[in-house]
Ligand binder design. Structure first.
Ligand code: GDG
Length: 458
């Protein structure tokens, strides 16, 4: 038995261990059984490749192909990031549909299928990741692949009333039926999926809501909330407190409490609304917290070629300048915007030294920052997570975080104040509940649960 993982991007073999939880979890799964990690190399070239480039690192073959400029514009920036990403996050105003995007999406999935199908062995099983590659199993089946194929959607599945805004959506829904198993982040996503396939393409869903059937095709589906490596995250965070960067932050804080946010730069993360909520917090509580706290927002650049992302950068810079302009004084600048990717251990150290973690996406499949933030705290002085009720993580962490509606600046402002002033006993008991949840569903447990069910489909 050999595992074949397929995702839009494949991490460099050398980078995977330093990267976030997901890359590590998948790499571990691959190293256990040996296998292939296939996807886009991140390069663009004039022609698609007939033969992939393969870098063998111990028992894993990192197998990649380039995209053409057209593929990049239409499949990646277009259908994946301007259609499916906003649609699935219920941000219809950001959706920009074109038939040419959809055609390119389908075409790149056939390109991937051609390259992968030629490299499969009889007892392989295949795990496909995320919204870029929904039709891939169907294309593999057309090429005679009979291996078990699983799919995991990292982002939310939208309610049917939102989903039906997608033009020509039926074939996308039908393509889910070529999988043996489809995993979602939350039970709500799985329900939305069941609703869409029954209402749109007349599938029937079994009473327990985990099997859908259509024209003789049958797919199992369920929620498999993604986890993190709690022990490694906590260990790295603790170790990072006493490094130079950790000590430098402690000195810079001069006893002030740190509110921290760290997000990929993306409109779904609700950063502009978060800044406005922080302004509301300063309006309401500014005199009480004057020079007693600072808010640091780290935004790691992403998808820089997509115009909307450049626009958020401009908005954030303008808002940060305006808010600081209103509230800073000779001794206090309340908001600091750091527009760069911080090394992972430094970031976890910052989480550990902070008092409040601010995670307020407008919608999110799960949100690993929320989980990493809790794992980075210590029982001696745990920080408080202020979490959007619209993040998938809220389904598991509702008892341990201060839940807020990210669309309400008042609620977020109050959440920040409540977190900053929360008594030790309450902080500790909330954190303990959170850690218990995280330990009961680590990255390893998530992966093994999914692969066990997938194997049982063989
Ligand atoms: C998708 C879904 C789902 C952030 N800033 C820095 C940095 N990060 C790391 C975090 C975390 C990762 O990036 C972000 O993960 P999220 O889960 O928050 O968000 P997406 O990238 O949108 O991921 C999401 C996830 O897939 C997994 O299924 O949870 O809902 O959208 O690990 O720590 N890392 C470093 N520097 C930074 O400045 N090193």
């Amino acid at each position: 038995m050999r595992l074949v993982v397929i995702s839009n991007r494949v991490p460099a073999p050398t980078a995977a261990t330093g990267a976030g939880g997901l890359a590590v979890a998948l790499r571990e799964a691959l190293s256990r059984t040996g296998g292939i990690w296939f996807g886009w190399s991140g390069d663009r070239s004039a022609e698609r490749a007939l033969e992939p480039s393969v870098v063998q690192a111990s028992n894993i073959a990192f197998t990649t192909v380039p995209l053409t400029d057209d593929d990049f514009e239409r499949y990646y920036c277009g259908y994946s990031n301007r259609v499916l990403w906003p649609l699935f996050h219920e941000q219809l105003h950001a959706m920009e549909y074109r038939d040419t995007y959809r055609e390119s999406y389908e075409d790149v999935n056939t390109y991937f299928a051609d390259v992968v199908a030629a490299r499969l062995e009889p007892d392989d099983f295949i795990w496909i990741h995320d919204y870029h590659l929904i039709p891939l199993a169907e294309e593999l089946r057309k090429r005679g692949v009979t291996a078990p194929i699983g799919f995991f959607l990292h982002i939310p599945f939208p309610p049917f009333d939102v989903f039906r805004a997608l033009p020509k959506r039926r074939s996308l829904l039908r393509s889910f039926f070529s999988y043996d198993l489809v995993g979602f982040q939350t039970a709500m996503d799985a329900r939305h999926f069941a609703d869409a396939v029954t209402r749109e393409i007349g599938a029937s869903v079994g009473e327990d809501g985990t099997v859908a059937e259509m024209e003789g095709q049958r797919v199992r589906f369920s929620d498999f909330p993604i986890g993190i490596d709690v022990a490694a995250t906590s260990h790295t965070a603790l170790a990072s407190r006493s490094t130079d960067t950790g000590q430098r932050l402690t000195r810079a804080l001069r006893g002030r409490k740190l509110v921290i946010g760290a997000d990929r730069l993306d409109y779904t993360k609700g950063l502009v609304d978060r800044f406005l909520a922080f302004e509301r917090f300063l309006e309401k509580y500014g005199s009480a917290v004057d020079d007693q706290m600072i808010y640091v927002q780290i935004t790691a650049p992403s998808r820089e070629n997509v115009e909307e992302y450049q626009e958020i950068t401009r908005q954030l810079e303008a808002e940060a300048g305006r808010i600081n302009g209103c509230y800073n004084s000779i001794y206090w600048t309340p908001l600091r915007l750091i527009e760069q990717q911080v090394p992972r251990n430094t970031l976890l150290g910052y989480f550990s030294l902070s008092h409040v973690g601010l995670v307020t996406p407008l919608r999110d499949g799960m949100n690993l920052v929320a989980k990493e933030y809790l794992a980075a705290q210590t029982p001696e002085d745990p920080g408080v997570l202020v979490l959007s009720s619209l993040a998938g993580a809220a389904e598991e962490l509702g008892d341990s975080a201060v839940l807020v509606n990210p669309y309400s600046a008042d609620e977020v402002a109050e959440g920040i104040y409540r977190a900053l002033s929360m008594p030790f006993e309450e902080r500790r008991s909330r954190w303990e509940r959170g850690i218990e949840v995280l330990e009961s569903n680590t990255a390893e447990i998530w992966r093994e649960r999914f692969l066990d069910v997938l194997q049982s489909c063989a």
